[in-house]
Design a protein around this ligand. Structure first.
Ligand code: NAG
Ligand code: NAG
Ligand code: NAG
Ligand code: NAG
Ligand code: NAG
Ligand code: NAG
Ligand code: NAG
Ligand code: NAG
Length: 527
C-alpha cells in the first residue's frame, strides 16, 4: 500500500497540473498521514491491550485502566480529527489518500467531551459485567446457584427436553440481567445519540449504518427479508408441527412458537432441535457433538482443525502469538466475558481469540467463524491503519460465516472424519441441508429485528416505557416466537442478548448478504 501511494504520488507530480495548490496540499497530506497513522496504530494497540485485560479479567482495577487508556486515545483522536478537517481532502486526486481522510473525518464517540465519553464507556462496561457475571439457580436444587450462561444454561437449552426446566432457565436468565440493565441502557441510548449528533448524524442508528455507504440501507434490508420470508415461514411451520409432536398442546397449531423450546437462549439458531425434527429418520444421523467427544477432540484440536481448514484453502496459518495469547477455555479463577470474539491488536503481530470453548458442534463452528476474523486481520495487517477493518460492518461477519457454511457441508465433515456415512445419499444430504437451514435461515429474522428494535430506540420512536413491549412485537412479527410467560415493562428482555448491552450493531450478522442464502437454498445441493 505504501509503495503504491508513493508511486501514484510521483506520477501525480510529474503529470501536468490542474491546480498546483491542491497538489502541494496533497503532498503535505501524505506526510501528515504517515505521522497520524503511526500514532493511531499505537493508540489502537494500547486500547486493545487494556480492553483485553478487562474483558479477560473483570476487575475494577482493569476497568479503570481501560477507561483511562480509552480517554487518552480519544483525546488524540479528536486532535487528529481537528487537523484532518482542515485539509481540502475531497479534491485530492489519489483515491487511497482521499479514502483515508474520509475515514478519519468521522470522529465517532470520541467527539464527546471527556467526562461524557468515559461515562458512556463505563455504562457499557457495567452492563457487560452484569451480563458476564450473572448466575442463576438450578430448577430442582435451589441451593445450587452457580449456573452461568456459558456453559451451563447454553447446555441445558440445547439438551433438555423438559419444558419446565427450559422455561425456568430461559426466564431466570432474563430476570437476572434485564432489570439491572434497564436504567443503564436508557443512559446509554441518550449519550450514544449525543455522540452521533456531534458527528452530524441525526441519531446513533444513522451513525451505525453510515459504513454501508448507501442511503437506503434500511429499505434494502427490508426488501431482502421480504424475499426470504416465504422460505422462513415454511421452516417455521414445519418445526412447529414437529414441536407439537414432541410437546403437545404447549405449542399452538397456528400461533407463534414458545421461545424456550427451540434449543437456544434467543431462539436464534434452532440447530439443537434437529435430532427430533429431521425430515428423514431412516438414515444414519450422526450426532456430531458426540462424535467430537468420541474422537477425543480437545479445545486445541478444534482450533487446529479450523486452522487446517483455512490452510487447505490457501489462507494463512495462525501466528505463534495466537497460540500463546488466546484464551480458548473458560478460566476457573476469574470472571471473563465469555462471548466469543476475535481480536486484532493492530501491531501486525498479535491476534487472539477469546472463547469459552466447549466440545460441541456449535462451538466447533463458532471456532471457525472466529478464526475467519483472524484470517481477515492477517490479510490486511500491512494496510494503513484506517483500512484495517471490514470493507463495511457486514464484511467481517460474512467471511466467518461463509467459511462456516462450507465447514458444515457433508463433503467437508466426511473429509475430516466426523461423518462416516454415505454422503452422496440424497436423504443424508437433505438432512444436512435442513440442519444448515435450522442454523442459518432461522437466524435471519433475529439478526434483522435486533437492529430494527434499536433503530427505533435511537430515533426515539420507541421510548423506555415501551422497550420490552416493542421487543416482543418484533419477536412475534419477524421470528414468530412468543415468551413462555407474560412479560411486562418491569422486564427488559433485549438486555439478555450480548450485542444489545455491549453496543455492537447486529445487522452485520444478517445482511451481508441474505441473497447468499436465497441462492444456496434454491439450488439445493450447491455446496
Ligand atoms: C486480574 O487482574 C488483577 C488486577 O485487577 C490482577 O491482580 C490479577 O493478577 C489478574 N489475574 C490474572 C489471572 O491475570
Ligand atoms: C439525556 O441527557 C440530557 C443531558 O445530557 C438530558 O437533558 C435529557 O433529559 C436526557 N434524556 C433522556 C431521555 O434521559
Ligand atoms: C458538523 O457540522 C458543522 C456545521 O456544518 C461543522 O462545523 C462540524 O465540524 C461538523 N462536525 C463533525 C464532527 O463533522
Ligand atoms: C480416545 O481416548 C481413549 C482413552 O484415552 C482411547 O482409548 C481412544 O483410542 C481414543 N480415541 C481416539 C479416536 O483417539
Ligand atoms: C496461494 O497463495 C499464494 C499467495 O499467498 C499465491 O501465490 C498462490 O498462487 C496461491 N495458490 C493457489 C493454489 O491459489
Ligand atoms: C510463545 O511461547 C513460547 C513458550 O512459552 C515462547 O518460547 C515463545 O517465545 C513465545 N512466542 C511468542 C511469539 O510470543
Ligand atoms: C446483496 O447482494 C446483492 C447481489 O449480490 C446486491 O445487489 C445487494 O446490494 C447486496 N445487499 C447488501 C445489503 O449488501
Ligand atoms: C445464484 O446462483 C446462480 C446459479 O448457480 C448464479 O448464476 C447466480 O449468479 C447466483 N446469484 C447470486 C446473487 O449469487
Amino acid at each position: 500500500m505504501l509503495v503504491g501511494l508513493l508511486i501514484s504520488l510521483l506520477l501525480l507530480t510529474s503529470s501536468e497540473s490542474k491546480d498546483p495548490n491542491i497538489e502541494e496540499e496533497e503532498l503535505a497530506a501524505y506526510n501528515f498521514l504517515l505521522a497520524i497513522n503511526r500514532k493511531t496504530e499505537e493508540n489502537d494497540n494500547k486500547v486493545a491491550v487494556a480492553s483485553w485485560a478487562y474483558s479477560s479479567n473483570l476487575t475494577e482495577e482493569n476497568l479503570q485502566n481501560q477507561l483511562t487508556v480509552a480517554a487518552e486515545a480519544a483525546k488524540d483522536e479528536k486532535e487528529t480529527w481537528q487537523r484532518v478537517v482542515q485539509y481540502d481532502w475531497r479534491r485530492f486526486s489519489d483515491y487511497n489518500i482521499r479514502r483515508q481522510f474520509q475515514l478519519y473525518s468521522v470522529l465517532g464517540q470520541s467527539a464527546l467531551p471527556e467526562d461524557k465519553l468515559t461515562k458512556l464507556q463505563k455504562i457499557i462496561s457495567d452492563m457487560e459485567a452484569i451480563y458476564s457475571k450473572a448466575k442463576i439457580c438450578d430448577l430442582k436444587d435451589e441451593k445450587k446457584c452457580d449456573l452461568a450462561l456459558e456453559p451451563d444454561l447454553t447446555n441445558i437449552l440445547a439438551k433438555s427436553r423438559n419444558p419446565e426446566e427450559l422455561s425456568h432457565v430461559w426466564l431466570q436468565w432474563r430476570n437476572s440481567v434485564g432489570p439491572k440493565c434497564k436504567n443503564l441502557y436508557i443512559d446509554y441510548v441518550n449519550i450514544s445519540n449525543e455522540a452521533a449528533r456531534m458527528n452530524n448524524f441525526t441519531d446513533n442508528s444513522e451513525y451505525w449504518l453510515h459504513s454501508y455507504e448507501v442511503d437506503d440501507m434500511k429499505q434494502q434490508v427490508q426488501n431482502l427479508w421480504e424475499q426470504l420470508r416465504p422460505l422462513y415461514l415454511q421452516i417455521h411451520a414445519y418445526v412447529r408441527f414437529k414441536l407439537r409432536q414432541q410437546y403437545g398442546e404447549l405449542v399452538s397449531e397456528k400461533g407463534p412458537i414458545p421461545a424456550h423450546l427451540l434449543g437456544n437462549m434467543w431462539s436464534q439458531s434452532w440447530l439443537n432441535v434437529a435430532d427430533f425434527t429431521l425430515p428423514y429418520t431412516d438414515v444414519e444421523n450422526a450426532d456430531l457433538t458426540a462424535e467430537l467427544v468420541k474422537q477425543n477432540y480437545t479445545v486445541t484440536k478444534i482450533f487446529r482443525t479450523a486452522e487446517e481448514f483455512f490452510k487447505s484453502i490457501n489462507l494463512t496459518e495462525m501466528p505463534e502469538t495466537f497460540w500463546n495469547n488466546s484464551i480458548l477455555s473458560k478460566p476457573k479463577d476469574r470472571d471473563i466475558i465469555c462471548h466469543a470474539s476475535a481480536w486484532d491488536f493492530y501491531d501486525r503481530k498479535d491476534f487472539r481469540i477469546k472463547q469459552c470453548t466447549e466440545i460441541t458442534l456449535e462451538e466447533f463452528i463458532v471456532a471457525h467463524h472466529e478464526m475467519g476474523h483472524i484470517e481477515y486481520f492477517l490479510q490486511y495487517k500491512d494496510q494503513p491503519i484506517k483500512f484495517r477493518d471490514g470493507a463495511n460492518d457486514g464484511f467481517h461477519e460474512a467471511v466467518g460465516d461463509l467459511i462456516s457454511l462450507s465447514v458444515q457441508s457433508t463433503k467437508h465433515l466426511k473429509k475430516i472424519g466426523l461423518i462416516k456415512s454415505d454422503t452422496e445419499n440424497p436423504k443424508i444430504v437433505l438432512n444436512n441441508l435442513y440442519k444448515v437451514g435450522l442454523d442459518k435461515i432461522t437466524f435471519l429474522p433475529f439478526g434483522y429485528l435486533m437492529d430494527l428494535w434499536r433503530w427505533d430506540v435511537f430515533s426515539g420512536k420507541t421510548t423506555p416505557d415501551n422497550y420490552n413491549c416493542r421487543w416482543w412485537e418484533l419477536r412475534e412479527k419477524y421470528q414468530g416466537v412468543e415468551p413462555p410467560v407474560d412479560r411486562s415493562e418491569d422486564d427488559f428482555d433485549p438486555a439478555a442478548k450480548y450485542h444489545i448491552i455491549s453496543d455492537v450493531p447486529y445487522l452485520r450478522t444478517a445482511c451481508t448478504n441474505m441473497t447468499v442464502y436465497k441462492n444456496t437454498t434454491s439450488t439445493g445441493h450447491s455446496f
